[in-house]
Design a protein around this ligand. Structure first.
Ligand code: KG4
Ligand code: ZN
Length: 352
């Protein structure tokens, strides 16, 4: 097989990222996070995200050349996230990649953001090698971020079934909104995680939305509302540090219990021996531990994405593009597409 060298670009939300992936694995990925820009607004502001991507893309790519010694003329393909995501944020990276591929006369590969998350667990964090094997299929994948909560049955490449998703707020959004009620800046998940690790998760019994229902969908907006009512009815509760820890541990436990229970139930139903997980919320230590423990109890392998590949990054985009190229499964004929801000994962399914 010809040795491929792929440059990938990710700009779907508030992280600008570029990565290089070769036949030996990940060479390097760089991420420019915009957290401090959006922090004061309590969430991602699309226009600011677009502006930041525009400012960051060229310097970040130049830095990639500098740190790796790779020259653009060494590339054999360019990949970029086409969707789903913020329309203009996507456009910055996608059209930048198209422009480079036209200039270099090399193929341009569209990547679906969620599909890249599905496989991000298989990038070995120690040496960047690609660990996915045919025997891993079918596996169950949990994607939990600020914008998405999805359970996907991965039967094979381009063979996906969304078996659960949120009907309102995403899990990360729930963490962020609860943290905001406590006075923490965006993103609030890490603040809740930090306090929760020292608290008693049984201190307050918050609802476990849809836990007992037979489907695998989620709803987190009711939990957020009951948290708001709790604060309204117990105005002094959060004045005390140890109670703040108990409060965070209790909220976190309610979110985690639902995520883990549905995931395990879905994996059992579909006879999966492997569960993968990715997205910013998978950085949560309580969630990682509980998923790991429950997978072990059911003799399933649990492979969470390493923290560096769990949030939005171009390494997962590059790895998937490279893998698809190695399988001859990329459409490279027309580089003049526009982005797809709304794009169903299941629309990728091959008909054969
Ligand atoms: O994947 P991501 O970086 O961005 C997108 O949403 O696209 O995920 C960010 C989300 C935020 O909601 C943030 O609060 C949450 O991940 N998050 C966490 C933790 N670290 C990040 N939630 C809970 N515990 C954490 N340790
Ligand atoms: Zn993402």
């Amino acid at each position: 097989m010809k040795s491929e060298l792929v440059l990938a670009i990710e700009s779907s939300c508030d992280d600008t990222s570029v990565a290089l992936f070769s036949s030996e694995g990940l060479i390097k990925h760089l991420v420019s996070s915009q957290t401090t820009i959006h922090e004061e607004y309590g969430g991602v502001v699309p226009e600011l995200a677009t502006r930041e991507h525009l400012q960051n893309l060229v310097p970040l790519t130049r830095e990639l050349w500098k740190q790796t010694g790779v020259h653009p003329s060494d590339l054999t393909a360019i990949a970029a996230t086409r969707g789903p995501g913020l329309p203009n944020a996507l456009r910055t990276g996608y059209h930048y990649g198209q422009g480079l591929s036209l200039q270099l006369a090399i193929p341009f590969i569209d990547i679906h953001h969620h599909e890249a998350h599905l496989y991000s667990s298989f990038i070995n964090p120690s040496d960047g090698t690609w660990a996915l094997k045919n025997t891993h299929f079918p596996f169950l994948s949990l994607i939990v971020s600020g914008g998405h909560t999805l359970i996907v049955l991965v039967k094979g490449l381009n063979h996906y079934e969304i078996i659960g998703k949120t009907i309102d707020d995403a899990a990360g959004e729930c963490f962020d909104k609860v943290a905001k009620l406590m006075g923490f800046p965006y993103p609030g998940g890490p603040h809740i995680d930090r306090l929760a690790s020292k608290g008693n998760q049984k201190a307050i019994r918050f609802p476990r939305p849809m836990l007992r229902e037979p489907h695998f969908n989620f709803s987190f907006s009711g939990l957020k509302t009951s948290v708001r009512y709790f604060i309204r009815d117990n105005p002094d509760y959060l004045d005390d540090e140890s109670r703040r820890q108990d409060f965070c541990a209790s909220v976190q436990e309610a979110i985690i219990e639902v995520l883990v229970a549905k995931c395990i139930k879905a994996a059992l139903k579909h006879r999966c021996k492997l569960v993968s997980a990715s997205g910013g919320v998978i950085a949560n230590q309580g969630l990682r531990n509980k998923l790991n423990e429950h997978c072990l109890n059911h003799h399933m392998q649990f492979i969470p994405a390493s923290i560096q590949f769990s949030t939005d990054n171009a390494a997962m985009v590059a790895a998937l593009a490279h893998y698809k190229m190695s399988k001859g499964m990329v459409e490279t004929r027309n580089p003049y597409h526009d982005v797809k801000p709304v794009w169903s994962l299941e629309s990728l399914n091959s008909t054969n």
